[in-house]
Write a protein that binds this ligand. Structure first.
Ligand code: ATR
Length: 271
């Protein structure tokens, strides 16, 4: 029996065990998937035993960047992004991939390798995109959008983190309070804030958006709850929204392909 897992902290909210175990069962692949809570200070200890125990893993908050030092090899994309959300154990060699970028681009309506969501986003090339957050997930989204020709501003709680990301990818940066909808076609929450239904990275969002003539498209990468406060505020201000499950499901489907060499057999409606 092959074993897979998702590692993160917190991890209880994760839907990954449910969808991957269902997919393995459906395709009669002898494999099991579990969620493992790994606190930041325990990552090194956990990774020491990984090779012998697991055939692969998903990596989530807050390990997507820190995990790099425990891997033997990176895909060219993961290397450029500087973050990994999938590990494949290839006969004892740990290879890191990034499928978040694929998921984010599908969610934004870009056709990627024949897959596209229902969302009709306007052209990414030349559009102004504001990304909240400067962690591993933000890095993947910035990379994908930069390749698509978008003009990007990264806003973050810790401005020095945003500055580093902006330097790596040549974009603008600032503090969360600097958000200005007048110059924002697409707004994306790539922070880890919103898993609790009352939390949002921008408490003033509804007021700010209501006071603006321009209606940004607003996307969240948090998929549980589906309607985060961030998205509820955007909807309440008359904006179009993109929920996190499209990115979640698309990145998961790509992970499955890397591990099983087969197409993911499930559809979004199972979430
Ligand atoms: P991931 O790899 O999933 O992106 P991460 O690397 O831990 O996770 O990044 C989390 C992001 O959420 C960071 O941008 C973090 O901001 P800081 O750089 O200031 O730490 C942001 N974040 C986490 N908690 C936050 C909070 N309470 N308010 C605002 N931003 C927060």
């Amino acid at each position: 029996m092959r074993k897979y897992c998702v590692i993160g902290y917190p991890i209880k909210h994760s839907l990954s065990p449910k969808i991957f175990n269902r997919a393995f069962r459906q395709l009669k692949i002898p494999a099991q998937y579990e969620a493992v809570e790994v606190r930041p200070e325990k990552l090194a200890a956990f990774m020491r035993g990984f090779r012998k125990k697991y055939s692969g893993a998903n990596v989530t908050i807050p390990h997507k960047e820190k995990i790099l030092r425990f891997l033997d090899k990176l895909s060219p994309e993961a290397k450029k992004i500087g973050a990994v959300n999938v590990i494949v154990n290839q006969r004892g060699k740990l290879v890191g991939y990034n499928t978040d970028v694929f998921g984010a681009m599908v969610a934004l309506g870009k056709e990627v390798r024949g897959q596209r969501s229902d969302v009709r986003c306007h052209r990414l090339a030349g559009s102004n995109v504001v990304i909240l957050g400067a962690g591993g997930a933000a890095r993947a989204i910035v990379y994908g959008l930069k390749k698509a020709g978008a003009k990007i501003t990264v806003l973050n709680r810790t401005v020095s983190h945003a500055e580093k990301l902006a330097r790596d990818f040549k974009c603008k940066f600032g503090a969360l309070e600097n958000f200005d909808p007048a110059n924002c076609d697409i707004l994306i929450n790539a922070t880890s804030v919103g898993m609790c239904s009352k939390e949002t990275p921008l408490p003033q969002l509804k007021k700010i958006l209501r006071g603006s003539k321009k209606k940004s498209i607003v996307m969240d990468i948090i998929y549980r709850p589906r309607m985060t406060k961030f998205l509820r505020d955007a909807l309440g201000a008359g904006c179009r929204i993109i929920t996190g499950e499209v990115m979640f499901f698309s990145q998961a489907a790509e992970s499955f392909k890397l591990w099983a060499g087969k197409k993911f057999p499930l559809k979004f409606c199972l979430l």
